[in-house]
Design a protein around this ligand. Structure first.
Ligand code: PMP
Ligand code: GLN
Length: 387
């Protein structure tokens, strides 16, 4: 492995899912639902295969039906208008969108300011592009049960070498949903310092209670400098289909397309047609999905609290970050390695999402995108082991 990537071994998700399989534990580590998405969407994929749509290379930018559906979704939900022919690009999941975007936009040595803890592919993609990551740590407020962005720290992280801000809201793994005030400050900073913004909004439909998802591209001055990333994996519970997308100006999307064409060229032919149908589902689908995940959040958060964890009840995503110190534990890695034996449950140590590892040592993440009976069982096991 080259020097740029030497620090990246096997991703924690593979390691922990293998541990869950080996020990027969309940896997609340890797974030994937244990129930597939809507029947009619699955049928649409089968139909596309049967009817020979997408079985051969689809067009590089994605099939027109899907690009049109993505543009219509951004218009219907957020009032954002994108030209499906020039301002929308279909990718092999959000993971490829992130990699292709960073490879397209960064020069070696460029700095990328990102909110730490961050999804693990950010660091690796920045490294592949020869960039330097500059983490801004979200600070825990255990009283309030949230992680917060310190806007002064964000400002201070920008230097003359900063090329772009990499934002993620709703945020994995903390569950933070950035507020309009915070997003406005990010937007003002980007305009003032003339920065590009890449915003990972794959959990856009998973916001709870009073939280609202506000796409950065809707804020003043942002449409022209923002690359927005979405994914069907999260919104429609088909993480294995690997259908993601990028929206932005023609200039930005053309740049991302240039790198994307040499990573995968294209992917997921028949699934692209099915996701086009999924994006056209009525609002009731999105509302029910959100309500279902909210009740799952309550179930697991209550169980974790009863077991003695400090719980950061997330405003968005399907992850709960906890602090294990009330259990008399301090090392999240050791805790997660021992958890299958102690409780028959697998979780993720948040430290892997930090450059400043010491900031994340005692935090552990649990996914709640699982069937109710699975969550009930997991909560019971955790109470039995720790309460
Ligand atoms: N961004 C974030 C914040 C994620 O949590 C994930 C996956 N869990 C991705 C991107 C990758 O999405 P995909 O599966 O579409 O590649
Ligand atoms: N994004 C998912 C998570 O955070 C997993 C993605 C993966 O396995 N690479 O758990």
């Amino acid at each position: 492995l080259n020097r740029r990537l030497a620090e990246f071994g096997t991703t924690i998700f593979a390691e922990m899912s293998a541990l869950a399989l080996r020990t027969g534990s309940i896997n609340l580590g890797q974030g994937f639902p244990d129930t597939d998405g809507p029947e009619e969407v699955r049928e649409a994929a089968v139909r596309a295969i049967r009817e020979g749509r997408g079985n051969q290379y689809p067009p590089g930018p994605g099939v027109p039906e899907l690009r049109t559906a993505i543009a219509a979704h951004q218009q219907r939900r957020y009032g954002l208008s994108y030209d499906p022919d020039t301002e929308v690009l279909v990718t092999a999941g959000a993971t490829e969108a992130i990699a292709a975007t960073l490879l397209a936009l960064l020069e070696p040595g460029d700095e990328v300011v990102a909110l730490e803890p961050y999804y693990d592919s950010y660091a690796a993609s920045i490294a592949m592009a020869g960039g330097t990551r500059v983490p801004v740590t979200l600070r825990p407020d255990a009283e309030a049960g949230v992680f917060r962005l310190d806007l002064d720290e964000l400002r201070a992280a920008v230097t003359p070498r900063t090329r772009l801000l990499l934002v993620n809201t709703p945020h994995n793994p903390t569950g933070t949903v950035l507020t309009r005030t915070e997003l406005t400050a990010i937007a003002e900073l980007a305009v003032e310092r003339d920065l590009l913004v890449v915003t990972d909004e794959v959990y856009e439909h998973l916001v709870y209670d009073t939280a609202e998802h506000i796409p950065l591209a809707t804020l003043p001055g942002m449409r022209g400098r923002t690359v927005t990333i979405g994914s069907a994996g999260k919104t429609f519970s088909f993480t294995g289909w690997k259908v993601g997308w990028v929206t932005g100006t023609a200039e930005l999307v053309t740049a991302v397309r240039s790198t994307k064409q040499f990573l995968t060229y294209v992917a997921s032919g028949p699934f692209q047609y099915a996701v086009a149908e999924a994006l056209r589902l009525p609002d009731s689908y999105f509302d029910e999905f959100r309500a279902d995940m909210r009740s799952k959040r309550e179930l697991l958060a209550d169980g974790l609290e009863q077991a003695g964890f400090t719980v950061f009840r997330p405003a968005g995503t399907y992850f709960i970050t906890t602090d294990i110190r009330p259990l008399g534990e301090s090392d999240g890695f050791a805790f997660c390695r021992a958890l299958p034996e102690r409780a028959g449950v697998v979780a993720i140590p948040n430290a892997v999402f930090y450059d400043h590892r010491e900031q994340g040592t005692s935090f552990v993440r649990f996914a709640f995108c699982k069937r109710t009976e699975v969550l009930t069982d997991a909560a019971q096991r955790l109470r039995k082991a720790f309460a």
